[in-house]
Design a protein around this ligand. Structure first.
Ligand SMILES: C[S@@+](CC[C@H](N)C(=O)[O-])C[C@H]1O[C@@H](n2cnc3c(N)ncnc32)[C@H](O)[C@@H]1O
Length: 282
C-alpha cells in the first residue's frame, strides 16, 4: 500500500527510534510502511537468517489459504489479532473474493499498524463491514469488547479467529494460553481458529543455529521471539477439531498452485521454522 506509506501517517507518540516487529515484517513481505530503523534491523536479520523474507512470505501465503478455506466453509466473519501493517493480501481482500459481504475486524497493539489499517479501510474498504482497533491480545476482555463494539461482528454467528505469526511473541508466562482460552470460550459453535507459530522443534540443525542468532537480535525489539514446540502449538487448539491435514509445517498446509514454494521448502518443509493449523469449534 505504497500510497499510504508516509511517516506523516505515524500517529503521535509512536516510537520511530526502535525497530518494530510489525514494520520489519511489512518490509520482509514487500510493504512500504516501515522506517529506516526497521529496514536496518531487517537487513541485519537477513545477514544471519537469509531465508527470513521468504519465510515471512510463506507465512502470509498460509494466511491467504486458511482465510480462503474458512470462507469456502461459509465463514462470514473474521477477527484478525496481530494483523500487522496492511500490505499484500489482507484478510478482507482474500475473504471477499469468496464472500463479497464478509466482515473483518483487524487488531494490533502497534499504533502504526492500526493507523495504516484504518487509512487502508477508509480508502479501499467498507466501514460498515471492516474495522481496525488497537488492543493487546493479552488484554483479552478489553480486546473482545472493543472488537464487538465496532458493530462489525455478530458474536452469535461463527467467527474465524486469526492468531497468525502472533503467539511466538508471547511466552506461556505472559498468560497467552489463558487469553486464547478466553477467546475460544466466547466464540460460538462452528467458529474457527487459524494459527501459525515459529518454532525450533524439528528444524534442521544448521537452521537452528541461525535461528538462535536471530532470536538474540529480536531481543532488541519490543517483541522478543519465544518458540513453542509441536506439542505446545498443538495444545493451542484443544477442544477444537483440527481440519485436515492437522498441525503441519507452514508450507504444507493445503498448498495450492498460487503459493510460491522454493525447492528447498518442498524438500525440507521443516526449514520453514513454523507450524500451522486450522481448527473448528464443535
Ligand atoms: C509477524 S506480524 C504478523 C502479521 C500477520 N498476522 C501475518 O501473519 O501476516 C506480528 C504482529 O503481531 C503484533 N503483535 C505482537 N504482540 C501483540 C499483542 N500482544 N497484541 C496484539 N498484537 C501483537 C505485532 O505488532 C505485529 O503486527
Amino acid at each position: 500500500m505504497s500510497d499510504i506509506a508516509d511517516p506523516l501517517f505515524a500517529p503521535k507518540g509512536v516510537d520511530l527510534e526502535h525497530p518494530s516487529v510489525a514494520r520489519i515484517y511489512d518490509w520482509f513481505i514487500g510493504g512500504t510502511t516501515n522506517w529506516a530503523v526497521d529496514r536496518e534491523f531487517g537487513a541485519m536479520a537477513l545477514k544471519v537468517f537469509p531465508q527470513a523474507r521468504m519465510l515471512a512470505k510463506t507465512n502470509r501465503e498460509f494466511l491467504r489459504r486458511a482465510v480462503r478455506y474458512c470462507s469456502e466453509q461459509g465463514i462470514h466473519q473474521f477477527l484478525d489479532i496481530g494483523s500487522g501493517v496492511p500490505t499484500v493480501g489482507n484478510v478482507h481482500e482474500v475473504a471477499q473474493e469468496v464472500d463479497p459481504d464478509s466482515r473483518v475486524v483487524y487488531v494490533d497493539n502497534e499504533p502504526v499498524a492500526v493507523a495504516h489499517s484504518k487509512i487502508l479501510l477508509e480508502q479501499h474498504g467498507d466501514l460498515t463491514r471492516h474495522a481496525a482497533i488497537q488492543a493487546d491480545f493479552l488484554d483479552h476482555a478489553n480486546l473482545w469488547d472493543q472488537a464487538m463494539e465496532t458493530g462489525v461482528l455478530d458474536p452469535r454467528r461463527p467467527i474465524a479467529l486469526l492468531t497468525v505469526a502472533l503467539l511466538h511473541f508471547m511466552p506461556p508466562e505472559t498468560g497467552a494460553e489463558g487469553s486464547l482460552e478466553y477467546y475460544k470460550t466466547l466464540l460460538p459453535s462452528g467458529s474457527y481458529l487459524i494459527a501459525s507459530h515459529g518454532t525450533n522443534d524439528g528444524v534442521p540443525e544448521d537452521v537452528r543455529k541461525q535461528q538462535a542468532i536471530l532470536m538474540e537480535q529480536y531481543r532488541n525489539t519490543a517483541s522478543p521471539v519465544f518458540f513453542r514446540d509441536r506439542a505446545q502449538f498443538t495444545a493451542l487448539f484443544d477442544g477444537f477439531d483440527l481440519v485436515d491435514p492437522g498441525v503441519v509445517w507452514i508450507p504444507e498446509w493445503r498448498l495450492d498452485d498460487k503459493s510460491p514454494m522454493t525447492e528447498e521448502l518442498v524438500l525440507t518443509p521443516n526449514a520453514s521454522c513454523g507450524f500451522a493449523g486450522v481448527a473448528r469449534k464443535p
